[in-house]
Design a binder for this molecule. Structure first.
Ligand SMILES: C/C=C/C(=O)SCCNC(=O)CCNC(=O)[C@H](O)C(C)(C)COP(=O)(O)OP(=O)(O)OC[C@H]1O[C@@H](n2cnc3c(N)ncnc32)[C@H](O)[C@@H]1OP(=O)(O)O
Ligand SMILES: NC(=O)C1=CN([C@@H]2O[C@H](COP(=O)(O)OP(=O)(O)OC[C@H]3O[C@@H](n4cnc5c(N)ncnc54)[C@H](OP(=O)(O)O)[C@@H]3O)[C@@H](O)[C@H]2O)C=CC1
Length: 453
């Protein structure tokens, strides 16, 4: 592993990202037999039985193990991971909710001889990476050893016609590092080559690894015509506007000429949204919305109070698009505050997946609910391109080591974090991997906006 890191570091020293060490040099680097990876164990899926969701502690279930390097198949790439990030799907995996992820690996393993590799008693998790290609399998022509890359997390087989219009519709669509093995929270990762995208040159490894999953998801959910198809002037209600998804949704709304109405839970988070350029901000804690009277009964008066507050902020207008993900706790309110003909687009249910809303407000006002999930390759590419062009910026707040991933996931689970939390994998320290210093200097304040707060 040291040789691999040395090669990547001497690439850095050349400062161009390509000259010092050639593709042939990288291809000739020996691949170690094993590597360190963050895992959950199949024989521990019952360890939190009887505990409430909140009390399930990722620090107990996430391990750092030495694992064998998987065999490289056709259309695949083995990547040296310099940095990764924590996504909420890794929190779900670590608390074995809503299901242990081993069922996904078993099902995938039944598909073919090659996919059998994924069905193991340990699951290497993680759905983001920034790093360097070490090897490519047969049939890979677009990428070479030595290429500096980020990976998006859409894994598809594309044997069925169903996925050939929008690859998210492939019946064998999976999220890499959640529904497949060999994820990005590790020193090495196995991806399909059609997950690879160029690493933005002005960012460090950990900054480049941070946006991937959430940026692509927010792009499809809000901007793409497969999602809400946002347009200039739209009032966009963004839950968790300084969180993982929300910090990118807020940037997309601002960059696209829309009007984000940002919901957050503290003055500090409100300040972050303000510094991104948002003006309409609601602190849900300070204003103490209680959409539920008890576990089973919602309070429409509270939906109305929330709607009035939105009207105050918009000069009397209602919401064109709700960017939903908290789920059960907020969904009734989200449907209520949407304007006639407006759209509620949802990609998650952090607070519970059995939603309740008053359907009269949906059908009588011709509103639409759109389900959205991750992004196809093109959408992920476009989202990454916006990062590479400095139109959208990473929202990395803090970086942990691979050994500290349990703590990093705990922070996200307990909502103690801001924006995105990064993990250094092979990168020995923060700040490495920047190629375009001039462009970086131009955007440095925006790149650092979420740091150390
Ligand atoms: C990028 C990041 C993303 C995120 O962070 S997202 C948040 C994290 N993700 C989650 O929380 C989602 C976790 N996944 C799940 O909870 C489950 O994954 C699903 C609920 C999504 C699906 O459940 P399942 O049991 O895997 O799927 P079924 O489709 O219910 O299949 C079970 C059997 O039911 C059959 N079936 C499906 N649809 C129908 C139908 N309409 N009529 C009759 N049968 C049906 C199937 O074929 C299959 O059958 P057979 O077991 O024999 O293979
Ligand atoms: N389908 C898909 O493709 C994807 C789905 N997801 C899912 O989306 C969800 C959010 O992910 P991500 O943004 O990365 O997570 P984060 O935890 O980084 O951000 C979510 C934010 O939502 C707000 N929030 C949480 N719970 C509630 C609640 N009960 N009511 C109101 N607001 C709440 C919090 O902000 P505040 O406290 O400031 O209000 C929190 O910071 C997760 O469930 C994740 O699994 C994520 C990415 C892709």
């Amino acid at each position: 592993m040291k040789e691999i890191l040395d090669a990547i570091q001497s690439q850095s020293a050349s400062n161009s990202g390509s000259a010092a060490v050639t593709a042939a040099d990288f291809a000739a680097l020996p691949i170690p037999e094993s590597y360190r990876a963050v895992t959950v164990h199949k024989d521990e899926t019952e360890m939190f039985a009887g505990l409430s969701t909140r009390d399930k502690d990722p620090r107990k279930s996430l391990h750092v193990d030495d694992v064998p390097v998987p065999e490289l198949g056709p259309g695949e790439a083995l990547v040296a991971v310099m940095a990764s990030s924590v996504n909420y799907n890794s929190v779900w995996t670590s608390i074995f909710e809503p299901l242990p992820t081993f069922g996904f690996l078993e099902r995938y393993g039944k598909l073919s001889e090659l996919t059998k590799r994924h069905d193991l008693p340990y699951h290497i998790i993680g759905s983001d990476l920034a790093g360097v290609v070490l090897r490519t399998g047969p049939g890979v022509n677009a990428w070479r050893p030595g290429d500096e890359v980020v990976a998006h997390c859409l894994s598809v087989e594309l044997e069925s016609s169903d996925g050939h219009n929008d690859t998210m519709l492939d019946p064998e669509q999976r999220i890499w590092g959640f529904e497949t093995n060999f994820g990005g929270l590790a020193e090495l990762a196995l991806v399909k080559s059609n997950q690879l995208m160029p690493k933005p040159a002005h960012l460090s490894w950990e900054e480049a690894a941070a946006p991937g999953l959430v940026n692509s998801t927010a792009y499809r959910q809000l901007v793409s015509r497969n999602g809400a198809d946002m347009k200039q002037g739209d009032n966009v209600l963004i839950w968790g506007a300084s969180g993982g998804l929300g910090s990118y949704a807020t940037q997309f709304a601002l960059a696209g000429g829309a009007n984000p109405i940002c919901v957050v839970s503290s003055p500090q988070k409100a300040e972050i949204c303000r510094s991104m350029g948002a003006e309409a901000i609601i602190d849900r804690n300070a204003e103490d919305y209680k959409f539920w009277k008890d576990e089973h009964t919602q309070d429409p008066k509270e939906w109305k109070r929330f709607g009035k507050r939105i009207r105050e902020l918009t000069g009397g207008e209602d919401i064109d698009i709700v960017f939903e993900h908290p789920g059960r706790e907020t969904f009734g309110a989200s449907v209520y505050v949407t304007r006639k003909g407006g759209t509620i687009t949802t990609c998650a249910s952090t607070s519970g997946y059995m939603h309740e809303y008053d359907n009269r407000y949906l059908w009588m006002s011709l509103k639409r609910i759109i389900g959205s999930h991750f992004a196809n390759y093109r959408e992920a590419w476009e989202a990454n391109r916006l990062i590479a062009k400095g139109k959208i910026h990473p929202t990395l707040s803090k970086t942990y080591t691979l050994e500290e991933t349990g703590q990093a996931a705990y922070d996200v689970h307990r909502n103690l974090h801001q924006g995105k939390v990064g993990v250094l994998c092979l990168a020995p320290e923060e700040g490495l991997g920047v190629r375009d210093h001039e462009m970086r200097a131009k955007h440095i304040d925006a790149i650092n906006r979420f740091r150390n707060i």
